[in-house]
Ligand binder design. Structure first.
Ligand SMILES: Cc1cc2nc3c(=O)[nH]c(=O)nc-3n(C[C@H](O)[C@H](O)[C@H](O)COP(=O)(O)O)c2cc1C
Length: 310
């Protein structure tokens, strides 16, 4: 079984995490067994696939393709629906004490409110509002989190009724992340999660002269987006007081250190799984711990925004 150093043990919104590494939404689906697999591999907190009120088939394939330095995907939010999702969360909770974040997606505030009513009757520890999917037609290319007014409205509608802390997942595809971060905080969010996939982008198969993805466009993730993710976490953390889940291209302990220095409180690893396997959580925990030991830091909190502001 995985043993952890006290340097990595951290508090996130009142829950004690054995490690600051998080499984982000979507990368491993919704099943209890896949969430459990992430925990057994060293993740300290896990997120479900974004759940919608009704089951969604998602886009026709191909839905994901490797590109230089990452992946491009247009899954189309395929998921079995909220009722199925909360049963999987219960199943997970029978086997694990690790906190679980229920990610939800709707295209308007009323939908988010209905989803929150379901989550209130579930065993989820946190609810994450996916305000930032670049791959579904209702908001294609224009995520809800493009507008500070809409972000504040949706977050407030949910926090008004939610029994658990609310996390707002923001889009990187905006001119000024600070405005969106502040809007989410003003609406009552307890934490932010950034970034969702970047773009969307496009890849063409030159042998057949057609786009690789059936949906033509798709969001980008993996190492190629990391400098943008670091910059956006840095900017957001300079204006809000609430904690930030930083993710986007994290592959190594060094990447995790960089994200903490940018201002993240905990760190997500998604696409990295495709490169280093599920064991990436254990590897990054060890690499992060080694860095702290080598530099004589007693806890990850000591490197948060260290020396960044000059
Ligand atoms: C295949 C795939 C599916 C995803 N599905 C979701 C989703 O359902 N909801 C969501 O908020 N983000 C989703 N994401 C975005 C990730 O949670 C994460 O924000 C993004 O990929 C950046 O992190 P990474 O570079 O570590 O993967 C998905 C990403 C991938 C690659």
């Amino acid at each position: 079984m995985f043993t952890l150093d006290s340097r990595l043990k951290t508090d996130f919104l009142g829950s004690v995490l054995k490690t600051p590494l998080l499984l982000p939404a979507g990368v491993m689906g919704i099943s209890a067994s896949s969430l459990l697999y992430a925990v057994q591999s060293g993740a300290g907190i896990v997120t479900t696939k974004s759940l919608t009120l009704q089951p969604r088939k998602g886009h026709d394939g191909p839905v994901i393709s490797p590109v230089e330095g990452g992946f491009i995907n247009a899954m189309g939010l395929c998921n079995p629906g909220i009722e199925f999702g909360i049963k999987e969360i219960s199943e997970f909770k029978i086997k694990s004490f690790v906190p679980v974040i229920a990610s939800v997606f709707a295209t308007e505030p009323e939908g988010f409110v209905k989803l929150t009513e379901f989550i209130n009757d579930s065993e989820a520890d946190f609810i994450e509002l996916n305000l930032s999917c670049p791959n579904v037609s209702a908001e294609y290319g224009v995520p809800l989190s493009s507008s500070p007014v809409i972000v504040e409205e949706v977050v407030r509608a949910v926090t008004d009724i939610s029994k658990i802390p609310v996390i707002a997942k923001l889009s990187p595809n905006v001119p000024d992340i600070k405005l969106l971060a502040l809007a989410a905080e003003k609406g009552g969010a307890s934490a932010l999660c950034l970034i969702n996939t970047l773009g969307p982008g496009m890849e063409i198969d030159i042998n057949i002269g057609r786009p690789v993805l059936k949906n033509i466009f798709g969001g980008m993730s993996g190492p190629c987006v990391k400098p943008i993710a670091v910059k956006l976490v840095y900017e957001a953390s300079s204006v809000v007081k609430i904690p930030i889940i930083g993710l986007g291209g994290i592959m190594t302990g060094a990447d995790a250190v960089e994200m903490l220095m940018a201002g993240a409180s905990i760190i997500g690893i998604g696409t990295g799984i495709y490169y280093r396997g599920m064991d990436i959580y254990r590897k990054v925990n060890n690499e992060l711990n080694e860095f702290l030991m080598k530099k004589d830091f007693k806890h990850i909190d000591e490197i948060k925004r260290i020396n960044i502001d000059g």
